[in-house]
Ligand binder design. Sequence first.
Ligand code: ADP
Ligand code: DP6
Ligand code: CO
Length: 351
Amino acid sequence: MTVYTASCTAPVNIATLKYWGKRDKSLNLPTNSSISVTLSQKDLRTLTTASTSSEFTEDKLWLNGKLESLESPRTKACLQDLRKLRAQVESSNAELPKLSTYKLHIVSENNFPTAAGLASSAAGFAALVSSIAKLYKLPEDMSELSKIARKGSGSACRSLFGGFVAWEMGELTNGEDSKAVEVAPLSHWPTLKAAILVVSDDKKDTPSTSGMQLTVGTSDLFQHRIKEVVPARFEEMKKSIIAKDFEKFGELTMKDSNSFHAVCLDSYPPIFYLNDTSKKIIKLIHKLNELEGKIIAAYTFDAGPNAVIYYDEVNESKVLGLLHNYFSKLGGWESKDLTKLTKVEIEGTDD
Ligand code: ADP
Ligand code: DP6
Ligand code: CO
């Protein structure tokens, strides 16, 4: 039996301007554009191996050693799009094996907490799409592949690029213009660093998908966010990245994290992703910036209590030193407040 196999890793990305809300649930089309920073795969990554053979009888996905249901229409949509592209390649070269007609076995592993607000769905679907694209020998057009990854999980479209990435929401109803693009490569701002503070690695009670649906359906504040706040912030944040203006970038990042958690609270019933430790971290970063007289560190929280802190390398000892001191006073890394602090690099596209 011939089995064709390809493996890929994919990084997580942490949004500094958050995607929260879908205008089309089945195509994962967002209600606003978003911006993110891709983190290094040395620390957090998904590793996915895709295999295919004429002898396989059904599509199967193992996630972290467990067989998952492949009933999810999102995974199905990704597989369908990838098979269609492969079929096009096959139709132009009759000698190629007809992999598009074979079933797939996908084995995926995250080396960090799954469904805990650390963007596992982003790295997960980016790795799934990349590994199958490699198996099928599809052209490496990342924006094209990002549209397929988007159908798996919205945030996944941004994980196909390194450095600073925008997901342009697009206007079309078929989603063909809703894709990720590079804002700047890692080499543009190599001194920007991130630290991840794992407050809890528990699975969140409200998954991102259902959380954002509830917000779209019930929050009044959300309308203000998507119409007034985010469009202007999207342009400003891109400018701050191009100008490597940490103060502006940091301010916009913190404000957008707060705005996102505010619309969660304004949902009915409310959604709480931040816990007391998250709030302590927020206060601590504001205190640090106040003492410095300028913004040298910026927090952001996804749909979970874990913090990502962005800072410029020149301020590393101040920022990490403060976090270390503060949390060791509370009983150390293994205390109930914080399980882990990891310093991570930003990821480039060609690593
Ligand atoms: P997170 O904050 O970790 O992104 P989400 O609620 O957005 O949490 O998504 C978690 C879901 O993403 C998981 O329950 C699983 O269905 C999917 N997922 C996570 N990792 C992978 C992976 N490596 N391959 C395929 N799907 C994955
Ligand atoms: C708070 O991409 O996980 O992390 O598209 O339903 O899979 P689905 O949601 P997902 O949502 C991410 C939400 C966020 C913000 C962001 O990453 O932009
Ligand atoms: Co997610």
